[in-house]
Design a protein around this ligand. Structure first.
Ligand SMILES: *[C@@H]1O[C@H](CO)[C@@H](O)[C@H](O)[C@H]1NC(C)=O
Ligand SMILES: *[C@@H]1O[C@H](CO)[C@@H](O)[C@H](O)[C@H]1NC(C)=O
Ligand SMILES: *[C@@H]1O[C@H](CO)[C@@H](O)[C@H](O)[C@H]1NC(C)=O
Ligand SMILES: *[C@@H]1O[C@H](CO)[C@@H](O)[C@H](O)[C@H]1NC(C)=O
Ligand SMILES: *[C@@H]1O[C@H](CO)[C@@H](O)[C@H](O)[C@H]1NC(C)=O
Ligand SMILES: *[C@@H]1O[C@H](CO)[C@@H](O)[C@H](O)[C@H]1NC(C)=O
Ligand SMILES: *[C@@H]1O[C@H](CO)[C@@H](O)[C@H](O)[C@H]1NC(C)=O
Length: 556
């Protein structure tokens, strides 16, 4: 698909500097340079921006920044962002008040009188098309006549904050083609980059590739998506680009690399296992897990092979911590020493051992520790609030599932009985609020379990692993629903707004709740999990995984 013709009628709105909350960025608080690069024979253009906050500038806060194009709605009507997340989308006019109905969450509408009747009765919400950084490196639009594609390609995520699973908006009704480079979506204000007066900072965002392709025959338009994916792998291999002749964008020989092997050590079983498909990344020095709230620096991530081996290449010179997390295990790994990357040097860290949180034998567990609530029960949407793209896959992206909790549990909150219930069917994916005639109340879920043998002088540990929290407080009580104060509380946590935006995770939280054995009884026990706050349908918690550990029997 060489020499593609861009539909000349495209209204391309280059909007690189547009910043939500534009008041945060004024000419007196930061400087931005934007570069556009055209290469001979290339079917598209590259663009990057250098943001700078010089030493003598006042403080400011950077929340969202993005590259946005508004395409011609008469031409582009088919959006593709993955092999299965692609569809024809409604027209922007269909969102106007005379063609749609506003829904409870203001970004979403119900299409009541769309220009093309096929969309009638569907929900439209741009957040239904968000995705994780690692999964949205190419997305865009197809015009069927003449068959033409316009794509945004992010060959490398090094300038994106908060790791490979940070979620961003992509293409959506407009037709809008959007690459959000930094944002607080699915994270909250904890991810805003705050700069003090005079704090020096500079960051290169990009380069991104805006790619156009074409086909001869309308029936080949699906090939445009395949070709765009192919182009992503071509661009990724070219990274770092040689054409970006800025001192702020180091070339390959000015960068370093790192390798090693990650093992997971179980201090109870005293065994090592290889960390399979673990996420390993370099980010600014900080506490364990701090990378998910970090947005000023660069981050470099990869995944391990099934032996735990990893290599990260093309790391910009600088000082970093190495962080990791391993699907199947709770918690976060951090390599304690700060690692200095210098030009042209390859560092081998050898075997790294993640001693994951584990104090005793597991009595029971609910879910899979992978920082997502996807394995839990996802209800069908209200039949009047459907997006047809998600009838069978990614069902959590449907609008309004928060209300399904009240529909399914009209009188009594969720009760989960260990060995009787199954988490896929009986654990609602989000502990949302209860809708009582449009007022919203906190809920108390129960986990019931039997203890055959109680070690009353021992200590039990409840591991509460959360995939998201929005203005919530989770309290834990044992065998007494009214225990005051509760045995444990998280305090008020989280602003990731994942429930309102149909995500399956936001930021990750892990709690270790100590339960003295004398709070439990031989026989039947109940753990009460109370999410205290109501007032809104969109407050609540997504659990990742819960487990109860017993004391080590030999010790008693
Ligand atoms: C519908 O609303 C839009 C603005 O939202 C307006 O431009 C258009 O004329 C209206 N159409 C009709 C049929 O009322
Ligand atoms: C386009 O493809 C269809 C189906 O493959 C074929 O019947 C038609 O002749 C093609 N048209 C052109 C102009 O190549
Ligand atoms: C686990 O691996 C580390 C690093 O190779 C090693 O030092 C340790 O002895 C191993 N522990 C066990 C129980 O195999
Ligand atoms: C859990 O908390 C207890 C009590 O503070 C502590 O002794 C234990 O080491 C903690 N376990 C982990 C794995 O953090
Ligand atoms: C709350 O329930 C009422 C019916 O009691 C319903 O009309 C309303 O849409 C619900 N709110 C949300 C946000 O779904
Ligand atoms: C679950 O069932 C197993 C095997 O039947 C039993 O050993 C265990 O005690 C039960 N656990 C609970 C919490 O009921
Ligand atoms: C314990 O709970 C089980 C079911 O969860 C129930 O069948 C049994 O009667 C209970 N035992 C007692 C002593 O309450």
């Amino acid at each position: 698909m060489q020499g593609a013709q861009i539909c000349l009628a495209i209204v391309v709105l280059v909007n690189f500097m547009q910043i939500l909350h534009a008041n945060y960025i004024t000419t007196s608080s930061s400087i931005q340079w934007t570069r556009f690069v055209l290469l001979r024979g290339s079917s598209g253009f590259y663009t990057y921006a250098i943001y700078e906050h010089p030493k003598d500038f006042p403080g400011f806060t950077l929340t969202n920044t993005r590259l946005a194009f508004k395409l011609n709605k008469l031409w582009f009507n088919y959006m593709a962002m993955s092999d299965y997340r692609q569809r024809k989308l409604p027209l922007p006019d269909d969102r106007s008040p005379n063609r749609s109905e506003a829904l409870a969450y203001p970004e979403a509408v119900l299409l009541t009188d769309p220009i093309e009747p096929e969309f009638k009765g569907e929900v439209d919400d741009k957040y239904q098309y968000s995705g994780e950084a690692k999964d949205i490196q190419v997305h865009g639009w197809i015009c069927s006549n003449p068959p033409t594609g316009l794509w945004q390609i992010i060959p490398n995520n090094e300038f994106r904050s908060a790791g490979p699973t940070k979620q961003y908006l992509t293409s959506h009704v407009g037709p809008t083609s959007l690459s959000v480079l930094l944002s607080t979506h699915y994270s909250g204000q904890e991810l805003m980059a705050e700069f003090k007066d005079g704090e020096p900072w500079k960051k290169v965002l990009g380069p991104l590739f805006v790619y156009a392709n074409s086909a001869k025959n309308e029936s080949d338009s699906q090939q445009l998506w395949e070709d765009a994916k192919q182009q992503l792998s071509v661009e990724a291999k070219r990274w770092p680009y040689t054409f970006a002749v800025s001192d702020d964008y180091p070339s390959a020989d000015q960068r370093g690399s790192i390798s090693g092997s990650l093992l997971v050590y179980d201090s109870y079983l005293k065994t090592n296992t290889s960390a399979n498909k673990a996420y390993v990344g370099f980010a600014a020095p900080g506490d364990v897990g701090s990378w998910q709230r970090e947005s000023k620096g660069y981050q470099f991530w990869t995944t391990t092979d099934d032996k735990g081996h990893f290599t990260i290449e093309n790391i910009r010179p600088g000082s970093y911590n190495l962080y990791a997390w391993v699907p199947g295990f709770i918690g976060d790994y951090k390599y304690n020493d700060i690692v200095d990357i210098t030009a042209g040097h390859a560092i081998d860290l050898g075997d790294l051992v993640y001693d994951h949180p584990r104090d005793g034998p597991i009595l029971w567990e609910i879910g899979i520790p992978d920082r997502s609530a996807a394995e839990f029960f996802i209800p069908d949407p209200d039949p009047n609030l459907v997006n047809k793209l998600y009838l069978t896959r990614d069902r959590y992206r449907q609008y309004g599932l928060w209300q399904r909790y009240t529909d399914l549990y009209p009188d009594e909150d969720l009760i989960y009985t260990v060995n009787v219930s199954t988490y896929q069917k009986d654990w609602f994916f989000a502990q949302v609020t209860r809708n009582v005639s449009n007022t919203y109340q906190g809920t108390t879920w129960q986990i019931k379990f039997q203890l055959d043998k109680l070690i009353s002088s021992g200590t039990y540990y409840l591991r509460l692993s959360l995939a998201s929290a929005t203005d919530s407080e989770l309290q834990v009580r044992i065998n007494d629903r009214h225990e005051n104060p509760p045995l444990f509380t998280t305090g008020l946590i989280g602003h990731d707004n994942t429930i309102a935006r149909h995500g399956i995770h936001g930021l990750y939280w892990l709690y270790n709740v100590t339960i003295p054995g004398n709070k439990l009884v031989q026989g039947n026990n109940t753990i009460f999990l109370t999410q205290v706050w109501g007032l809104s349908p969109w407050r609540g918690i997504l659990y990742d995984y819960i487990r109860l550990e017993a004391p080590v029997a030999d010790a008693y």
